[in-house]
Write a protein of this length. Sequence first.
Length: 320
Amino acid sequence: MTTGSPPDFTTRSALFVAPFLTDPDSGGGLVSRMNLACLRRAIPRVEALALSRATSGDGFTAIGNPGGPLATALCNLFLLAGRLTPAGLMWVLRRVRARRPDVVFLDSSSLGWIALLARWLAPGTGVVAFFHNVEFDFQRERSRAEGRRYLLSAAAEWVNEWLTVRSAHVLLTLTEEDAQRVARLYGRRPDRQWPVCLSDAPGAGALPDPASRDDAVLFVGSGFFANREAVAFLVRQVAPELARRGTTRIRIAGSGFGRADWPGELPDNVDLLGRVPDLAPCYRQVRAFVAPVFSGAGMKVKVAEALMHGLPVIGTPLAL
């Protein structure tokens, strides 16, 4: 496999390394699990390493992550990113040297040191790197929204994405927009797009009769900065306008969006639902899905889920 050649998925073994694999509520976790499932359909032996403190399962081995802001900052000082610790880096490299997999699939662009050192330790192993989004841009926008404490993370992300682009044989992105941004930022165009694939949920697709649905719209997302920005827009600008025009309610579901998580007053037509174990009823009870996304990149998985449930989507260009 040479730099820029397509992944050779006729190979016999792969090592899959992912920061988000065990995240239950995030779009990144869903995408990671779908990527792993696709690899396992194509390659006979796939070992999965999760940068996580979760308990190892049948399908993966958890090798830890920083576990807190201070530890993350220390890792960033050592130019590590993507939830990778020094111990985690050594764990992965020992696996690469011992197993000599045909392919190392890095399910994040933030693992540049693994891309570089894996090629040095196992010259015959192909390295494939997948961009969930352009992480440097994500952390830079986060520092603007939440404070300069994230500038160190942005610097570490830039170093790692630069190493990834220089070291990986094949680069994959979710969207053409991300591919163009990677090319402008790091001087190499990714080799192909690898879009999100979702399995249909039972009962998804056909909506109930419109007369049985509530006069409401839905937003779903976990409580990271781009989603908080979207919720603030819904609460402060959209909700008052809807109240003046009629009775439509805004429902907001996701970790970090319970009533106790919102510091200010809430308009009467906004419902903060918090984490919902099963989102299917939420999708099926409303008339539309709203996605006022102004920051971030990659694929908005909740938009894909809303479409899967047959809902019309009202969103910004970045959300679509």
